[in-house]
Design a protein around this ligand. Structure first.
Ligand code: ATP
Length: 300
């Protein structure tokens, strides 16, 4: 095998409960992740040296993605090599459908996809618990990108456990032309003095298990919405446009600026998307959830 492609999905946080900052600088989280149908495809090819290229899919602006050793996909590849004590490198090609700095963990998806792709390319047979631990070293959202589906995340988000989900959800993702720095949103969260005791969101978990869209809409919550809107008051416009287009509820994706419109079904998602496009949000895209974690889609 000389090259291999792995697909990894964007994540959204149906609940993002953020506690006060810890001594190590991280915030304790209780979150419910869901993988949704917006994807990056990562192709790896054996090569004498590391290199990475990124190609946009659709309207994604990839200008902020680094093409050097700081790209998280290269960091993932190097970490895998170090872990196994082997001497190898690869050429990494990312077809990016996940908005950059959009709060949908596109970089984390690339890291997870690269770990899986190189593990298979080099036939390393890394056990799942070791892959999850390497993923956690790369970033808080990377273990979930391996897992996919719907999961409860604790710690700083890196401890993931699947939860029952009746499935069949539909969302419309509304990206913003300008990204938002995750670090800046957490800083604003702290400046506003937010963050208290975190509880497992039982109502939300019950809504997921029951498959009730009304209950889900009523229990979605993201503690980063307030700080994100404080930094970017312009984000009120897509929120209001989503509700005007008929969304059951609007939810900020992670640290933003992407918004998610919860819809009743596929047809409703199509209709809400049309409304958002008519309101000027031309890049709005319908996406199902939950979907799979990082998985091989092509061998060559
Ligand atoms: P998170 O919430 O995990 O920070 P995000 O979705 O808001 O994620 P990403 O798209 O993952 O943001 O990227 C955040 C920053 O990481 C980018 O602005 C870019 O500078 C850097 N980066 C490094 N590698 C990648 C990559 N492979 N894809 C995207 N961004 C990358």
């Amino acid at each position: 095998m000389s090259s291999l492609t792995v697909r990894a999905a964007a994540k959204i946080n149906l609940r993002l409960g953020v506690g006060p900052v810890r001594e190590d600088g991280y915030h304790p989280l209780i979150t419910v992740y869901q993988a949704v149908g917006v994807y990056d495809d990562v192709t790896v090819t054996a090569s004498p040296t590391w290199d990475v290229a990124v190609e946009p899919v659709g309207a994604v602006d990839v200008s902020a993605v680094p093409l050097d050793e700081t790209n998280i996909a290269v960091r993932a590849g190097r970490l895998l090599v170090t872990h196994h004590g082997i001497d190898a490198a690869a050429s990494i090609w990312v077809a990016k459908g996940i908005p950059v700095a959009g709060g949908m963990a596109g970089g984390s998806a690339d890291a997870a996809a690269t770990l899986v792709a190189l593990d298979r390319l080099w036939e390393l047979h890394t056990p799942d618990d070791e892959l999850l631990s390497l993923a956690a070293q790369l970033g808080s959202d990377v273990p979930f990108a391996l897992l996919g589906g719907t999961a409860l995340g604790t710690g700083r988000g890196e401890l993931v456990e699947p939860v029952p989900d009746a499935g069949g959800w539909w969302w419309v993702a509304v990206p913003s032309a300008t990204g938002l720095s995750t670090a800046a949103v957490y800083q604003e969260h702290d400046r506003l003095g937010l963050g208290d005791r975190q509880l497992v969101p039982q109502g939300l978990l019950d809504a997921l298990a029951a498959g009730s869209v009304e209950e889900l809409g009523a229990t979605l919550a993201n503690d980063l919405e307030r700080p994100a809107l404080s930094l970017r008051p312009d984000l009120a416009a897509p929120h209001d446009a989503g509700l005007a287009a008929g969304a059951v509820a609007m939810l900020l994706s992670g640290s933003g600026p992407t918004w998610l419109a919860l819809c009743r079904d596929h047809e409703h998602a199509h209709w809400v998307r049309e409304g958002l496009v008519d309101a000027g949000f031309a890049d709005a895209v319908a996406a199902p959830g939950p979907v799979a974690g990082a998985h091989v889609v092509e061998y060559a």
